[in-house]
Design a protein around this ligand. Structure first.
Ligand SMILES: NC(=O)c1ccc[n+]([C@@H]2O[C@H](COP(=O)([O-])OP(=O)(O)OC[C@H]3O[C@@H](n4cnc5c(N)ncnc54)[C@H](OP(=O)(O)O)[C@@H]3O)[C@@H](O)[C@H]2O)c1
Length: 268
């Protein structure tokens, strides 16, 4: 393992709670593999502290970026001086570059991770009908990214239906050409089904949708990354192409590393 030096660009992942955070484990080896001199460490920050704490961080001159997770993503969007397309559309930011002059430049990479991970697995959403089950933070980012990636139809399903309705209205406002609606978690007629609820993290969780609505020849992308879910097994048994959440992380992290832009390691 490589240790940070005085030349290393440091990055902090801000989270609450923090004990479960695995980004340093994923990101540090990939930063090194990309030949970059950067190092990510976890910081435990409470929501009530974030707005006063983040502006003071720019005084640490070798702290060059922030990665943020639940529940800090909307607050971080408000703290950024400049925000990329996905950050503006979703109103959330999960990666921030601290510029030389202290300006915070942020963007949201969750949705990009899903779309690039899907493309890499033969599940390009362009001109396809897509069902997203789960409209929490991740589902929201994915909905805008799938719309931007050129899906022809998008149906949003969520346990709390009002959340799916609101999101469908927001996506429709930004993508007037897209056929987007809220609906039920019914896989029939969709080319790609994205499972974006937190169900499946544990073997005892109920299924997020009726597997009998999954049609052979369709595709399931389940964003749960820590284990293969029961829904994935049900889909596989019914002849769907299935992928779990790891490619979403890998593609997201690659894009975050490029965005954070640490200096090249000596010899690279
Ligand atoms: N692979 C990746 O790169 C990646 C990235 C981000 C997140 N994730 C995974 O995605 C999951 C969701 O993340 P998030 O940030 O969107 O979380 P979140 O904002 O807390 O949203 C949770 C979602 O799950 C739904 N849900 C929770 N319990 C449910 C239940 N018992 N029945 C039906 N629906 C239920 C919620 O519905 P309601 O709105 O009705 O509460 C909501 O849609 C996390 O577990 C995380 O592991 C993976």
């Amino acid at each position: 393992m490589r240790y940070p030096s005085g030349k290393t660009h440091l990055y902090a992942i801000l989270a609450h709670p923090v004990a479960h955070v695995r980004a340093p484990e994923f990101m540090n080896p990939l930063i090194e593999k990309a030949g970059r001199d950067g190092f990510l460490v976890p910081f435990h920050i409470l929501p009530e502290d974030i707005e006063r704490f983040v502006p003071t961080l720019t005084a640490i001159r070798n702290l060059k970026g922030l990665v943020v997770t639940i529940p800090h993503k909307p607050a971080m969007r408000r703290l950024c001086a400049e925000v990329g397309d996905a950050g503006r559309l979703t109103g959330t930011v999960n990666t921030v570059r601290i510029e030389q002059d202290g300006r915070l430049v942020g963007d949201m990479f969750d949705g990009l991770g899903l779309v690039e991970g899907a493309k890499a697995n033969g599940m390009d959403p362009r001109d396809r009908s897509v069902l997203i089950v789960g409209c929490g933070g991740a589902g929201r980012a994915i909905a805008f990214a799938v719309a931007q990636a050129g899906a022809s139809r998008l149906v949003l399903a969520n346990r709390t239906n009002a959340r799916a309705e609101t999101l469908a209205d927001e996506v429709a406002a930004h993508f007037p050409e897209l056929d987007v609606s809220s609906g039920s978690a019914d896989g029939r007629g969709h080319d790609l089904i994205v499972q974006a609820t937190s169900l499946g993290l544990h073997a005892t969780d109920k299924l997020p949708m009726d597997p009998d609505t999954l049609e052979a020849g369709s595709n399931l992308f389940d964003i749960i990354a820590v284990r293969d879910t029961e829904l994935m097994a049900e889909a596989q048994a019914r002849g769907l192409s299935v992928v779990g959440g790891r490619p979403m992380i890998d593609h997201q992290v690659a894009a975050q590393i490029a965005f954070l832009d640490a200096p090249k390691l000596a010899g690279e």
